[in-house]
Design a protein around this ligand. Structure first.
Ligand code: HEM
Length: 535
């Protein structure tokens, strides 16, 4: 190298660094300022308004402020409002309006800006849709141009990776094709006996607790039991192991769920914050690594054992068919296992808990469903035929009503992968659509004046006759991305509820404090305590 070039080196290095910094700043401006502004402009042109956002945080500060204001709970219900809840036998009013508690900001903005409005989740441009005609078109849309929001991966990557829940396009189609057949109704039929076994473990624990307690009734916090039940079913049915063997995976996934849900409205929504080595991010990365190793350990054990034709085997075979490198294969396996554990574990458990809370506070329905179980099961444990016979009966009506009042997945969300039109609204590519399912589920204009009451009889002629606009009832989602596990979940719920109801009578414990919260799914903040007696 001659002297002249050597002399120029610092200048060249400076120029390269400057170009690098400038392109980084340009990229940041594009992601955080210009793109959101362009998308807002396209929505504004159509007459869609919304709360004015700040440059970097969007509407996050207001969302956080509204969410931290005390919401009117059970103890704050005014006399004249008793009609919006059910009274339990102690005459406490349980208000079934979780949407105003978990997403108060959406309710406020809807009142101010109408059913279709925009807001900004950090730099993500959101479109809130509550117009029934637009919703009808949207629920019938089978186009893959309406995909899962890409920010789901950014927000929940450590929990879900790029599995079937978060991916889009051909990657998603490949994963769904592998998983779907293992969750079809005929496969679920073969899983009933192991659901019965898992339920009987729960019965034994409750009987022991009642025997140890005074007065023949035990005050039981039921949530962990419901999670053990659904975790056991998923582990055995899909992964060929038991809940005890997979327990560490569930514990760590729950830890990840809690840590990530705490960040939902925090500064981590600002582009790049999740990559910073803060204390909470480091804890999340540690948990993610631990889950990764634990799942690969289950996989290693499977490789040594004789091959079973279950969901895990399908995922392993699917990974081999995908022409992936060894590391990509591990990621495919881990991400999809995490998705199944997560999708099937928390949701079913929390629905079982809410349903028991509703039956505990409505003793007439508890008696009706128990009577039906006596008739259908005739003293035997449930099997696939008896579960099928409960298709349109009281049990199914109660589960539908529970899913209406407490849908675990409170928001139906999609991102426009291309510009896409519904009614008069053109949703520009990159905009995330939010449909507040929990709010639609208790709207009196849709369900009538008893919308916020527990009234399972509304489902006596099935979902399609339950209200004026049955397309808004979507506890399992709609369209091509509809829940793959709904047959499994419904069977699990019928089995565990049948077995509990035929062994125990229960009421709400005086210590129960009704407080639904959002931790990725709508959960009871303080758990659910029941007073349980043997029958
Ligand atoms: C009562 C329990 C359950 C509820 C309420 C529920 C609800 C949902 C919802 C709302 C979605 C999103 C649908 C959409 O965006 O349109 C979903 C997706 C999914 N669920 Fe469930 N789920 C439950 C149980 C299960 C179980 C037991 C499994 C399997 C083990 C499962 C597996 C899945 C999968 C794989 C997806 C992703 C489908 C896709 O993106 O293609 N779910 N579920």
């Amino acid at each position: 190298m001659d002297d002249q070039v050597l002399q120029q080196l610092p200048r060249i290095a400076f120029a390269v660094a400057l170009v690098g910094i400038l392109s980084m700043i340009t990229r940041l401006c594009e992601v955080m300022i210009w793109r959101p502004k362009r998308l807002r402009g396209k929505l504004l042109k159509q007459g869609i308004s919304g709360p004015p956002p700040s440059i970097i945080l969007g509407n996050l500060p207001e969302m956080k402020r509204f969410s931290s204001e005390p919401q009117r709970g059970e103890d704050q219900v005014a006399d004249g409002e008793a009609k919006i809840g059910n009274r339990d036998q102690d005459s406490r009013v349980i208000t079934h309006n979780c949407s105003s508690k978990v997403y108060p900001f959406l309710e406020r903005w809807r009142k101010e800006y109408g059913p279709v409005f925009m807001f900004s989740f950090g730099n993500i441009q959101m479109l809130h849709v509550y117009d029934l005609d637009i919703l009808k078109e949207m629920t019938m849309c089978t186009s893959l141009d309406l995909g899962r929001p890409s920010n789901l991966f950014r927000k929940l990557g450590p929990l879900l990776g790029r599995g079937v829940l978060t991916s889009n396009g051909t990657q998603w189609a490949h994963q769904r094709k592998i998983i779907a057949p293992e969750l079809y109704a005929d496969k679920v039929k073969g899983m009933i006996s192991l659901m019965v076994q898992s339920s009987m473990t729960l019965v034994k624990s409750w009987v022991d607790m009642i025997d140890r307690s005074e007065g023949g009734a035990a005050d039981i916090k039921i949530d962990a039991f419901m999670r053990s039940f659904s975790g056991d079913v998923i582990s055995r049915a899909c992964f060929g192991s038991s809940f005890c063997e997979g327990e560490q995976i569930f514990v760590k996934l729950r830890g990840l769920q809690e840590a990530l849900s705490e960040k939902m409205l925090g500064n981590d929504n600002i582009h790049g914050f999740r990559q910073l080595p803060t204390k909470s991010n480091r804890a999340i990365w540690r948990l993610e690594k631990e889950v990764w190793s634990l799942i690969l350990k289950v996989v290693k054990e499977r490789e040594g054992a004789k091959s079973e034709k279950d969901l895990l085997q399908m995922i392993l075979d699917g990974a081999k068919d995908g022409h992936l490198s060894s590391n990509e294969m591990d990621r495919f396996i881990v991400d999809n296992c995490k998705n199944i554990y997560q999708a099937g574990y928390e949701t079913t458990a929390v629905v079982a808990s809410w349903t028991l809370m509703l039956l505990a506070s409505n003793s007439d329905w508890q008696a009706k469903v128990r009577e039906e179980i006596y008739q259908v099961c005739a003293g035997q444990l449930p099997n696939s035929a008896t579960i099928r016979n409960m298709k349109t009966e009281q049990m199914t009506m109660v589960i539908h009503e529970s899913l209406r009042l407490y849908p675990p997945v409170a928001i139906f969300s999609r991102e426009a992968q291309q510009d896409i039109k519904f009614g008069d609204v053109l949703v520009p590519k990159g905009v995330t659509v939010w449909v507040p399912v929990a709010t639609l589920h208790i709207d009196p204009d849709i369900w009538g004046p008893n919308a916020a009451l527990f009234c399972p009889e509304r489902f006596s002629n099935g979902v399609s006759a339950s209200c004026r606009h049955p397309h808004v009832y979507m506890p399992f989602g709609v369209g091509p991305r509809i829940c793959l596990g709904q047959n499994l979940a419904m069977a699990e719920l019928k089995v565990v509820l049948s077995i509990i109801l035929s062994n125990f009578a229960f009421s709400l414990s005086p210590s129960y404090n009704h407080s639904p919260v959002m931790r990725l799914v709508i959960e009871p903040e303080h758990g659910i305590n029941l007073l349980v007696k043997k029958l």
